[in-house]
Design a protein around this ligand. Structure first.
Ligand code: UDP
Ligand code: MG
Length: 326
């Protein structure tokens, strides 16, 4: 007798979330006993992204108790996107839902995602109808960022979606073929295509603990997003240099005209020379920075390093054992 296939995998990247994990386990238990009852065998993959608190011991304990639970411990903190990648690659389900650990993505929405998937959609995004008490600055920057990235990349990116989404097995198989070191899943998933749709939900606040996305990490995500989805900054660099070249030629013509035609001597030109040097110097450094960002990516990519390293996997059932029902 062959083991029944896993119908649903729930993938959750976890970083220093010891405070929120007991609540997460309780919520998942409630949903499995309730709305997910009868959906068929499922698994919950918890990826510990190098936490420094009690996160792993909590995950390991849960996975010893619960045969549906799989704990994946990364060897260090690789970041949210790569932790997610590790979880997605471990998942065996026909449909795979990814969500955050802090209960900002309510598991009650999962049956709706599944229902949309059964209507034939390969990717179902859970879109935030509201963003809870998120700071004003974060909402505004998020809006501008998604607008910019969509315009620059030409890939339609659903608004107000995080990484709470369902993907079918075939969509995941295609995603697994994209071996980019700097991955921006929110752009790559729309890029792979197939029928995609969205459902809406109300995004609450963190159940406990603090955000792990301080400004510098968000900025990193934004740069990764733009640079991995678009070459527009490079093209912009070229356009800026062309524009500056035109200005520069105009200026030289003006100086030559003054000198030879009008016979004026431009000795007191200190200010204009200094401003020209400063402006051109700054712009060159800026453009070099843009080139550097892309060159760095090429360098990272040619190294062919693995995206992440798994230190330990914890499951109650031995590998290959039949999956369990909710
Ligand atoms: N996370 C992670 N690695 C990190 C940072 C965050 O795995 O380096 C996880 C975190 O535990 C959570 C999810 O990614 O499950 C989203 O993080 P968070 O809730 O802090 O982000 P926010 O919702 O504030 O954007
Ligand atoms: Mg959160």
């Amino acid at each position: 007798m062959t083991a029944p296939a896993v119908v649903l995998s729930i993938v959750i990247p976890v970083f220093n979330e010891a405070e929120v994990l007991p609540q997460l386990f309780a919520e998942l238990g409630r949903v499995r006993a309730g709305v997910l009852r009868g959906e068929g065998p499922l698994e919950i993959i918890l990826v510990d992204d190098g936490s420094r608190d009690a996160t792993w011991s909590l995950i390991a304990a849960q996975c010893r108790r619960d045969p549906a639970c799989v704990g994946v411990k990364l060897s260090r903190n690789f970041g949210h996107q790569l932790a997610l990648a590790a979880g997605l690659e471990t998942a065996r389900g026909e449909a795979v839902v990814s969500m955050d650990a802090d209960l900002q993505d309510p598991p009650d929405v999962i049956p709706e995602l599944l229902a949309a998937h059964r209507q034939g959609y390969d990717v179902v995004y859970a879109t935030r109808a509201s963003r809870g008490q998120e700071p004003w600055g974060k909402r505004v920057t998020a809006r501008w960022f998604y607008f910019a990235i969509e315009k620059l990349s030409g890939v339609p990116i659903p608004r107000n979606t995080g990484d709470f989404r369902l993907m079918s097995r075939r969509a995941l198989a295609e995603l697994a073929r994209l071996h980019e070191a700097h991955r921006f899943l929110r752009g790559l998933v729309p890029w792979i295509g197939f029928p995609q749709t969205q459902i809406t939900y109300d995004r609450g606040d963190r159940a406990a603990g603090e955000t792990h996305y301080p400004w510098h990490k968000m900025l990193r995500l934004a740069v990764d997003g733009i640079a991995s989805m678009s070459m527009a900054p490079l093209r912009l660099a070229f356009a800026v240099s062309l524009g500056l070249f035109a200005v520069f030629v105009g200026y030289i013509l003006y100086v030559l005209f003054k000198h030879f035609v009008l016979g004026e001597l431009l000795v007191p030109g200190w200010t204009s020379i200094m401003s020209a040097i400063t402006i051109f110097g700054t712009i060159q450094l800026l453009l070099l920075g843009v080139f550097g960002e892309y060159l760095g990516r090429v360098y990272e990519q040619v190294k062919h390093r693995p995206l992440y390293i798994i230190q330990e996997i914890q499951r109650a059932a031995p590998e290959g054992a039949p999956p369990c029902s909710p």
